[in-house]
Design a protein around this ligand. Structure first.
Ligand code: ASP
Length: 582
């Protein structure tokens, strides 16, 4: 037997027991005639003591132990004179009478501590050492607990977990596919699934009624801080349901998770139409932890006084509480912020509502005090507040103001990661016009059903059709989304037509799903949650990377295994592939 206990287990009630522990040397210190070794495993840390006077040889051996050596220690549990209330085993220590070095270790390239001296890159290269750190392990423990609770809830509701294939057909809609060459079918490729969307719909046709899967998905997109080329979804589908049934079911899941994991009673989720979200927050995933909602100002400013406003399709502002104190320099900084290409505004207009009731604005030349006062009233601004205004094309300007709103939320410390605000965003547009391609794309995916009351517009005014689609948003993060699906072959055909597919193209790409719909497809719908994101949110973190055991870096690389990597000519030949590197 290697060990009798783990390093997180022993308590004062165990004093006097002979025990055997295994683990890694966290640190050791020599204090006069004593050597103390902190022994670590995933369960905790236990202090081991070696006494020079009573056992000089053993103590000398203990002094040879380096950081991260793997050792086995036998000894007796004793009460500590110097207790450490910060750790659960802090009342006891082991008086050692034997050490076995199971494996020596090189000195790790960074300290295995919460506040490590290793930078991001170094820690990723030695991820197996990084994973030894408490803070990283806690993230993976959270992930594990959530996955177990999800399965409990889903099972309790009659959902079956069913695996769908990883080698699938490449389809053009959506993100870019990762492709896999087929050796047995020269010149042909599989794709890795971006999601099990079509398979879960086929499972509904097959009568499986309530399906879920914690499943890896793959998307070959340019990476941002919160994106990974492979990520995990909680993917779900139900038959004989309307939107309301799906919302209730998964609102139930999320509220359950908050209750069991965090002890938080989340109130029933607020619902907001996509249009309202865009008009009030400039985002389809509004962060409701703070106000600063938009006020539309085009009609509030008098016409004919300021040509920029006159020429703008939309003028809108947010009121920053207490912002009148902002200095010239701070305002210049904000102007630079909105002018960055990622935000894309052409300039920023401000109105300071001074404590004495006067106004100071960047448009004083064009508007008098009464006119500014009317704007302040429209924005519900009080003395001491600052109004920030953007003007331009409606959609673009709202998005830019939305980014500025979040920035102001950050600056004012209004975005506490542990203050959770959840909502459903509903009634998304079905289609989105793409200027470059000169055609509509499905905003969610091409299997999403239009709202029945908008159905007739699919041919006459496609851009106006709303979808039976919904997103769950927590703290400004889209954690999940889905839709009621099209289950009628004719409607699916009309949808493909609206997307600019000929019948033949649609048949070639999605024929198997459309054919299946001819064999008795039930009405169905579902959604998928981004599981990594959900974990990050529960952990109060921004990046999903910390919740994935072996993530890729921002260039999509695994720096530990050094992949992707070239393959041999023999492999290429076998796959009938020619690599043409320019
Ligand atoms: N498959 C969709 C996605 O990955 C989710 C859904 O509609 O169920 O976003």
């Amino acid at each position: 037997m290697y060990r009798t206990h783990t390093n997180g287990e022993l308590r004062i009630s165990d004093v006097g027991k002979e025990v055997c522990l295994c683990g890694w040397v966290q640190r050791s210190r020599d204090l006069g005639g004593m050597t103390f070794v902190d022994l670590r495993d995933r369960y905790g840390i236990t202090q081991v003591v070696f006494n020079m006077e009573t056992n000089a040889d053993l103590c000398a051996k203990a002094r040879t132990l380096g950081r991260e050596f793997v050792v086995q220690i036998k000894g007796k549990v004793a009460e500590r004179s110097n207790k450490n209330s910060k750790i659960p085993t802090g009342d006891i220590e082991i008086i050692a009478n034997e050490i076995n070095i199971l494996n020596p270790a090189k000195t790790p390239p960074f300290t295995i501590e919460d506040h490590s001296d290793g930078g991001d890159e170094l820690r990723m290269k030695y991820r197996y050492l990084d994973l030894r750190r408490d803070c990283v392990r806690k993230n993976l423990e959270l992930r594990h607990r959530l996955s177990i609770e999800i399965r409990k809830y889903m099972d309790g509701q009659g959902f079956m977990e069913i695996e769908t294939p990883f080698l699938v057909k490449s389809t053009p809609e959506g993100a870019r596919d990762f492709v896999v060459p087929s050796r047995m079918n020269p010149g042909e490729f599989y794709a890795l699934p971006q999601s099990p969307q079509q398979y879960k719909q086929l499972l509904m046709v097959a009568g499986y009624d309530r399906y879920f899967q914690l499943v890896r998905c793959f998307r070959d997109e340019d990476l941002r801080a919160d994106r990974q080329p492979e990520f995990t979804q909680l993917d779900c589908e139900m038959s004989f349901v309307e939107q309301e049934d799906v919302l209730q079911m998964f609102e139930g899941l999320i509220r359950y998770l908050f209750k069991v994991e965090k002890g938080i009673d989340v109130p029933p989720l607020q619902r907001m139409s996509w249009q309202t979200a865009m008009d009030k927050y400039g985002s389809d995933k509004p962060d409701l932890r703070f106000g600063m909602e938009f006020t539309a100002l085009k009609e509030v400013f008098p016409q004919g006084k300021f040509s920029i406003f006159d020429q703008s399709e939309w003028v809108g502002g947010i009121c920053v509480p207490g912002g009148a104190e902002y200095t010239r320099k701070q305002l210049d900084e904000l102007t630079d912020f909105v002018k960055r290409p990622q935000v894309g505004a052409s300039g920023l207009i401000y109105i300071k509502c001074n404590a004495d009731g006067s106004f100071k604005s960047s448009v004083d030349k064009f508007f008098n005090a009464d006119e500014l006062k009317a704007v302040a009233q429209a924005c519900d601004a009080k003395a001491g507040d600052l109004i920030l205004i953007l003007a331009g094309k409606a959609a673009k300007t709202k998005t830019a103001l939305g980014v500025l709103r979040l920035e102001m939320g950050n600056r004012l410390g209004l975005r506490d990661p542990f203050n959770y605000k959840l909502l459903w965003v509903v009634d998304f547009p079905l289609l989105e016009w793409d200027e470059e391609a000169g055609r509509f794309f499905a905003m969610h995916h091409p299997f999403t059903a239009p709202k029945p009351e908008d159905d007739a517009m699919l041919e006459t005014d496609p851009g106006k059709v709303r979808a039976n689609a919904y997103d769950m948003v927590i703290n400004g993060v889209e954690v999940g989304g889905g839709s009621i699906r099209i289950h009628d072959k004719n409607l699916q055909k009309r949808m493909f037509k609206a997307l600019g597919f000929s019948d033949e193209e649609a048949q070639a790409q999605f024929g198997f799903l459309m054919n299946a719909f001819e064999y008795g497809a039930p009405p169905h719908g579902g959604l998928a949650f981004g599981f990594d994101r959900l974990c990050a949110l529960f952990g109060g973190a921004d990046s999903i990377r910390d919740y994935i055991a072996f993530p890729k870096n921002n260039a999509g690389r695994d720096t530990m295994s050094e992949s992707p990597s070239p393959i041999s000519q023999a492999q290429l030949d076998e796959l009938n592939l020619k690599v043409n590197l320019k």
